[in-house]
Design a protein around this ligand. Structure first.
Ligand SMILES: [Zn+2]
Length: 560
């Protein structure tokens, strides 16, 4: 079918002429709503207690009623277009991420339901968020600088970013727990990476970014500036219109003692853009003539080469950076572990590295001060040897219970404490491909978690003092289809992690971010919904829960 998608947002549409574009979409199950196998739009507005009429699919299956004829400014006010736009962006990203060049498997929703819900006009607020509890992406609208409504569901970046949260929550539900500012930052990074990936899939955006056939990507462009209209409206900055960007030079050292997740996210968002920038230059220079753009006649031909280079670089970057998620631990991901996962996952998928990507990745991570130890391949060989007598990998990974039997048998080998009561939240397989035609090994992945207790002692924990908080631990094991061990990532209950968790929780208390709910009596602090984190007290146990609506700041002055 053909649908229309707004490539960036209404501000950029007006300033750069980037209006909704006809886009082909092959979704066999599309119905009124739109609704499809994995996604359903429900246009319910809780403030007005109204459900807006949903877009009707054309009988011939080629699109939706009444949208094709709408002209520029009219279309941006049309609620049916809003519904189709958000739905189509979600479908496009899902198709790409589940594809064989990316994750090569269906992405589960953390709600446990088959469909992710989209509420394009959830109510009046400066906010947009993903909520596992409702299994939905909630998009709000508010009054912009010019007095006209700003619909967050019309911002491609915001839709992609919120979907990124939903995807990551499906893949790694443990990352939603309160563990560390790095893990919270990782969630934000993932959303921004999905937004950049999605922008770079659009021809018109590529054309604007490569205008003038640049030999290098500029630091600030339509791709690196994320969520421009929303940022402009919130910061009251009509000219300096950008909320946040990937052009930063943030390093780990800059953030020592900082707990702000958006600051932490910028390190990885920056690293993502660093790789894109490198691969773009590399693609241009590695043309047959080895001279890049030199000697290429004609502006049109030069730009055509730049667009090709940008698409090539964008695909490689998203595959490398997002695929690595399978090699990350199920809880409390730290950037060193992620960097290690990026390099190892790439090595498995592309044993030869003619473009020197891994050496460049090491340079990028080093510049950002993300420590990387050299992989001990001897230890990997030793693990393979120790596992020589195990049962067939199909039997081990048949069900979570089978995987548990295997893990329990090899606790010592994988460093799992004898007293850890394991849960196996996920066992899955992949069947990835490389653009070169090379078929990487089919992966079998086992994820396991457990929790240890940390005592909150002292006045710095306020009302939580004296309680026990879970310290989430776990690991990920990756094997190939023959049962050969490929990678492991372990998160253990170390004294360092205990101290880091205590410092983080003390910060959340000090900064007034935690609202306390007495679980036994069901009584919450006044205005409990305005706290980013809820602490539920049950006896001497403390459970911390993220308030989805507050992930991006306070409703009313929220940040996307
Ligand atoms: Zn976010």
């Amino acid at each position: 079918m053909q649908v229309k998608i707004l490539p960036k947002d209404p501000l950029v549409a007006r300033e750069q002429g980037l209006w909704p574009l006809e886009t082909p979409l092959s979704i066999a199950t599309a119905h009124d709503g739109p609704t499809s196998a994995r996604v359903a739009v429900i246009d319910y507005n809780a403030d007005l207690d109204t459900r807006f009429a949903s877009a009707k699919a054309l009988k011939n299956g080629k699109g939706f009623h009444g949208i094709a004829r709408l002209r520029h400014n009219r279309i941006l006010d049309d609620f049916n277009f809003h519904q189709v736009n958000a739905w189509a962006i979600v479908e496009q990203i899902l198709t790409k991420m589940e594809g064989e060049y990316a994750l090569a498997r269906p992405i589960p929703w953390a709600s446990g339901l088959g469909r992710l819900l989209i509420l394009p006009h959830a109510g009046y607020q400066e906010n947009a968020f993903y909520d596992r509890g409702t299994g939905a992406l909630h998009f709000f609208y508010f009054e912009g600088l010019d007095g006209k409504p700003v619909y967050t569901c019309l911002s491609h970046d915001i839709v992609a970013h919120e979907l990124g949260h939903a995807i990551l929550d499906g893949l790694k539900p443990g990352y939603n727990e309160i563990c560390s500012p790095e893990t919270a930052g990782f969630h934000e990074y993932f959303g921004d990476a999905v937004a950049m990936m999605s922008s770079l899939d659009i021809d018109e955006i590529a054309r604007i970014v490569t205008r003038g056939a640049p030999a290098r990507l500029s630091a600030r462009n339509l791709v690196s500036a994320i969520a421009s209209e929303f940022g402009a409206a919130i910061h009251r900055l009509p000219d300096e219109a950008y909320l946040r960007g990937a052009w930063n030079n943030r390093k780990m050292g800059d953030l020592r003692g900082t707990f702000e997740e958006h600051d932490w996210s910028e390190i990885l968002t920056g690293a993502y853009y660093d790789l894109l920038e490198y691969l773009y230059r590399h693609q241009l220079e590695s043309r047959d003539d080895r001279r890049g753009l030199e000697g290429v006649r004609g502006v049109g031909e030069r730009q055509r080469r730049c667009i090709q280079a940008l698409f090539g670089a964008a695909n490689k970057t998203s595959n490398i950076m997002l695929r690595a998620i399978d090699y990350c631990p199920p809880v409390d991901v730290r950037y060193e572990e992620y960097a290690r996962a990026v390099i190892r996952a790439d090595e498995v998928a592309y044993p030869t590295d003619p473009l020197g990507i891994r050496a460049q990745l090491r340079r990028i991570f080093r510049r950002r001060q993300i420590g990387l130890t050299n992989e001990n391949t001897g230890a990997r060989d030793q693990t393979i040897y120790e596992l020589r007598a195990t049962a067939d990998i199909d039997a081990i990974t048949a069900t979570p219970a089978d995987a548990y039997r295997f893990l329990d048998q090899y606790r010592a080998l994988f460093g799992i404490p004898a007293d850890a009561n394991l849960r196996v939240p996920s066992v899955y397989r992949t069947n990835k491909r490389a653009k070169s035609g090379y078929r990487p090994p089919k992966e079998r992945v086992i994820e396991f978690t457990w929790s240890d207790d940390v005592r909150l002692e002292g006045r710095r924990f306020g009302a939580l003092a004296g309680g026990f908080l879970p310290l989430y631990c776990g690991g990920t094991l990756v094997f190939d289809g023959n049962g050969n061990f490929l990678h492991s990532s372990l998160v253990l209950p170390t004294p360092q992690r205990r101290r880091a968790l205590l410092a983080y929780v003390a910060f959340l208390v000090r900064d007034g971010r935690i609202g306390v709910v007495d679980g036994a009596r069901g009584i919450g602090a006044p205005g409990i919904d305005s706290f980013p984190v809820r602490a539920i007290l049950e006896g001497n146990r403390v459970r911390l829960e993220r308030n989805a609506a507050m992930r991006h700041g306070r409703p009313g002055d929220g940040h996307p």
